[in-house]
Structures are given as C-alpha cells and as structure tokens.
Design a protein around this ligand. Structure first.
Ligand code: PXG
Length: 459
C-alpha cells in the first residue's frame, strides 16, 4: 500500500470514497481525519497524535487493538482453509468449534447458531426466520414486528425499517410494511413529571397495549436492544425489562434481544439480556463476536425455534456466501479465548466497570451534565443548560458536536448523539487509562461550558 501524507490521503478520499452515515460534501470541505494504526486502547492518526479510543472503534474492539493472538489465528486460518461454504452438505472445523463455544457462553436456551457478515444481516435473517417459525407453528397470521422509536438495528432494508431512526426512514422508502414502532424508555427526554421507575413500567405497559391493539395473534416478535446504543446509550429504568418481558411471554410474542453492542461482556454480563432479566428467543450478535478484527455476525436461535425448524421445517431458503467464513470464525474463537482467558467479562462486572462508573457518575456534579450514567463499560452524559428543568440546548447550537470536537482535539474519542455524549471503551481499559479518560472528559466539559457561556446558552 502507498504511504502518503495527511493532505494526500484527504484529497484521494475526497475524490473516491463515499462514507457511511456521512454528508460527504461537508466532510470533504472539512477534511477527514486519517487513523493509521492502533495498539491497546490507543489510536494514532496521520499527524502522529495519540488518541484514547473511548468507542472501541465503533462499539466493537472489546479486547483492544492490535492483538497478535487474533491476527495470528486469522493468518493461520487463511493459510489452512481460505474459504469454503457451509451451504451444500459441508462444514469446516472453525465453524463447528465456534458454534459449540457460543452455546457455552450464551444463555441456556441457545444451542444453535446461524452465521452472517454483520448485525444488519443478522436482523434481516431473524426477520425471515421468525415469520417462518410462526408459519411452521400453524400461525401464519403472526407477521407483525414491533421495533422502537430511536432503536437501531442496522442499515439493510428490514433492519433499518425495524429501527426507529426518522433520518433513515426518510430515505429509500422505509419502513417496509408490517412493522410498528413502540415508545422508548428514555426517562430524561420523555419521562415528564413521572418518577423513573414509574416511567419504566409505563413505557412497558404502553408497548403491551400497542400489541393488544394490533392483536397479539398478529404479532410475531419484538426487536429491542437491552440498552439502546446508537440511540444515545439509553439505559432503561429497572422496571422496564421485567414488565415488558413478562408481558411479551404472556402474549406469546417472541423477543429478539439485539446484542450487537451489549453482547460479549460490554455490560459486565456475557449478554445484556442476562443483566436486564429478559428471556429472549433470538440473540442478534456482531461487533464484539470477533472484537471487530474481521466482519462477522450471528443469530442465536433458541431451542424452541430450532426444534420447530428441525421437526417441521423444510429448507430455510436463506444464507450468505460468508455465513461462517473460516477466517471470521478463527477471529471469533481467538476473541473468546481472550475474553475467557483474561476473565474480561468478570473484570467489567467486578473491577474496571465499577471503577469507571463511580468516576463517571461523579460527572453529575458538572454544571453542563444532566445525567451521567453507565452500566458495565457503556455510558452516556446528557448535556443540558438547566438540570432542574431537564432542558435541551437549541438544536442549532450543535452542542454535542462541539463537545465531540473538543474531545478529539484533546486526545479522546467520545461520540455525540444529539445532546448526549456516549462512551464504550475497550474492556481491557486499565485504571490509569480510565483516569486519563475521565480527566479528558472533565476538560471537554469545561471547554464546552465556556463555549456555551460565550454563546449566551448558559449563565
Ligand atoms: N444492531 C445494533 C444494536 C447495532 O448497534 C447493528 C445492529 C448493525 O450492525 P452492522 O454490523 O450491520 O453495522 C448495530 C450497529 C453508531 C453506529 O452511530 C452504530 C452501529 C453501526 C453504525 C453506527 O453508533 N451499530
């Protein structure tokens, strides 16, 4: 590969690259940042800046960057068996081994796995599979899917439709028919005068009411993230999941727990549904499954669904060339070895999680912070000009983007989702790195506060 200076990379990128979730015209005017290498929790850009990767790439590099164990396992696999499909009466050792290992780490009801290339493909797979399941069960009228406003499930057609992002629905004729969106358990923004616990119960009941209005006999499944990630790390009140999951069970509506962000230790449990206490029928997996080293997704299929497919089903007419790609399986196996060998899930639950959480929650004392919350190593900061009133900044103030830019300039990747700052650092984060993260966030908040004062947005 060529070696260029920053300016040259930017020029060529501006000429030839169409970026995801980006206004490429605006980006080209601004000039893109070039990340050249990474090790552990640190990135290095083409200007030689060292940046703490507070977002694990894009919620995925759970075991940290540049681990030889994974790189070596992938290289060896590419030499031993570059590719073979898993369609026509064939399998290969890494996909067999990975299926067994996933059965060990997922909740007890999951013992069968379908492989994909991404989280989006996984959700599109479930979209087809859950309807097929109900056909096999003699209930073909169970066709409707429940998604949530401000939920994110990917960018393919079904996944984007189930997700609740208006910006996505406005382009390309989405959502497709057969999907109804339920409210989100976002107390800060939508809880009004209600106490958070009451609000959690209220949103769960509203969701169940919506299902009853449609008729539960017509509803196939509900898709939901245990904690909404891309929507701004919305950690639901403790009452939400128990109420919702019991109500879905009563109505025989399947639950899809989208674990693309929450899975593989992010919340301090293997899967977010375990922390929230729901009993899903499907798990959507991607990102952390390979720690982002190689693209891969998977669908965990519960025993109940698998039994119907195996006993009553015909060929499931669905599959991807790269379903169970050997190199991706090798990356996933090496990732599981690290997660288990270094007890990273337990470390998030008992050590680095509680440590970062207590320092993060202390940010509630900052005048700009309305709500600082974190579970495991996934957290959010709600920015506000007035905590008591739970007020928002005017949209045109772009306060989140201002804070995000201060963060990058000061050596920390922290994302902005509207007026929420979100963070999900690698699970390998050390205590010293956590201290550095927090002191940079304090600096970013001070800079953003000073900016807001200059703009007359706060007193
Ligand atoms: N489900 C969830 C919960 C996700 O977070 C997907 C599905 C789709 O996965 P793929 O692998 O198809 O991207 C995701 C992806 C953001 C952002 O801005 C988040 C994701 C993707 C892109 C941007 O936070 N999550």
């Amino acid at each position: 590969m060529n070696k260029h200076d920053t300016r040259t990379w930017q020029t060529i990128d501006a000429q030839h690259h169409l970026h995801p979730f980006t206004n490429t015209r605006e980006l080209n005017e601004r000039g893109v940042r070039v990340i050249e290498s990474a090790k552990g929790v640190y990135l290095r850009d083409s200007e030689g800046n060292r940046i703490l990767d507070g977002m694990s790439g894009l919620w995925c590099v759970a075991v940290g960057h540049g681990r030889n164990e994974i790189a070596d396992a992938v290289a060896k696999q590419l030499r031993d068996l570059t590719f073979y499909n898993t369609f026509f009466n064939t399998t290969h050792p890494p996909v067999v081994e990975l299926s067994r290992r996933l059965a060990e780490v997922t909740p007890a009801q999951f013992n069968r796995f379908f492989f994909t290339g991404s989280g989006s493909e996984s959700n599109d797979t479930i979209f087809r599979l859950a309807r097929y399941y109900w056909e096999l069960e003699g209930k073909p009228e169970k066709q409707i899917y429940i998604g949530r406003h401000n939920g994110y499930h990917g960018s393919t057609v079904a996944a984007a439709s189930i997700g609740g992002f208006g910006s996505m629905h406005r382009q390309g004729g989405m959502p497709i028919p057969g999907i109804v969106h339920a409210p989100q358990p976002f107390w800060w923004g939508e809880g009004g005068e209600m106490d958070p616990l009451d609000f959690g119960r209220h949103v769960a009941r509203e969701t169940l009411k919506l299902i009853d209005q449609i008729g539960a006999h017509k509803v196939a499944a509900m898709f939901a993230e245990p904690i909404q990630g891309a929507g701004g790390v919305i950690i639901p009140p403790a009452t939400y999941w128990p109420e919702l999951s019991a109500g879905l069970k009563e109505r025989d509506v399947l639950l899809v727990s989208d674990e693309v962000i929450c899975g593989f230790g992010r919340t301090g449990e293997w899967f977010g549904c375990e922390l929230m206490g729901s009993q899903p029928d499907f798990l959507t997996m991607a990102k952390g499954i390979t720690s982002g080293y190689v693209p891969m997704g998977a669908v965990a299929v519960s025993d109940r669904i698998a039994a119907a497919l195996l006993e009553k089903g015909d060929e499931f007419a669905h599959g991807y060339t790269y379903s169970g790609h050997p190199a991706a399986c090798a990356a996933a196996l090496a990732t599981l070895d690290i997660l288990q060998g270094e007890k990273l899930v337990e470390r998030v639950r008992d050590d680095i999680g509680p440590y970062l959480q207590s320092r993060w929650r202390a940010l509630n004392d900052h005048p700009l912070v309305g709500d600082a919350n974190m579970v495991g190593l996934i957290g959010s900061l709600q920015l506000t000009p007035d905590k008591a009133a739970r007020a928002s900044f005017p949209g045109e103030a772009n306060i989140g983007l201002i804070a995000r830019d201060f963060s990058f300039q000061n050596g920390l990747v922290m994302r902005a989702v509207g007026q929420r700052m979100v963070i999900a650092p690698p699970l390998t984060l050390s205590h010293a790195e956590a201290d550095e993260l927090i002191s940079t966030v304090v600096k970013v908040l001070d800079l953003t506060h000073a900016h807001a004062r200059r703009q007359g947005l706060v007193n």
